[in-house]
Design a protein around this ligand. Sequence first.
Ligand code: ADP
Length: 231
Amino acid sequence: MNTILKIENLSKTYQSAGKTLTVLDKVSFSVEAGSTVAIVGPSGSGKTTLLGLCAGLDRSSQGIVELNGIALEGLTEDQRAQVRNQHVGFIFQNFQLLPTLTALENVMVPLELRGEKNIKARALDLLDKVGLGHRHHHYPAQLSGGEQQRVSLARAFSNQPKILFADEPTGNLDAETSEKVVNLIFDLNREAGTTLILVTHDLDLAAKTQRILKVKGGHLVSDEMVGQFGG
Ligand code: ADP
């Protein structure tokens, strides 16, 4: 197995009003490169926290996260940002596009950060892939939710990430738009061999992945292979 993500005894606690709140408790699993994984569980069970730790957006209280062989714990903020920029793509429920930039400029940001060349042509290419090349000059507020999520998908794939983290990617979309966005996510995953880890409460979406991890009360309570239909 070619492991892209390894989590060992991962815990996250918060201090609040003199008490310690444990939101993740000794979670361990590994993810194979190129596979598709859904993290499900009740609201407040720690899914978003887990995703943020796996993606290096947040720091664990204890335990190990190894992303593409790189241990994140000992890194500075800058080093972790660099790892994210090189290996990771994100999409979020609320899209998180920069409102003052056009669709094209939003997709260009990660390419600029990496100091790449021909970024305008490449960003246009990515927007074409998600069916929005003709809307490249539009600002997020001029686009529907589904269109904004497609822009954020183009942005997420702009650095050719080894792993895409998606937090409730269809949470703000109607059923029809959700289906289109989901198909696009899996198409891009297949085409580029990108590992996909998504948090969702949509069990139909979870069933499209190869593996479902269930989190409850900060614990990993089940880890099931869904079968040959995933991804
Ligand atoms: P889920 O994604 O499953 O809904 P979260 O990971 O967002 O769950 O949250 C898990 C728990 O951690 C919740 O009880 C939440 O209130 C708590 N939590 C998240 N962030 C913080 C924080 N910064 N400070 C204190 N508690 C937090």
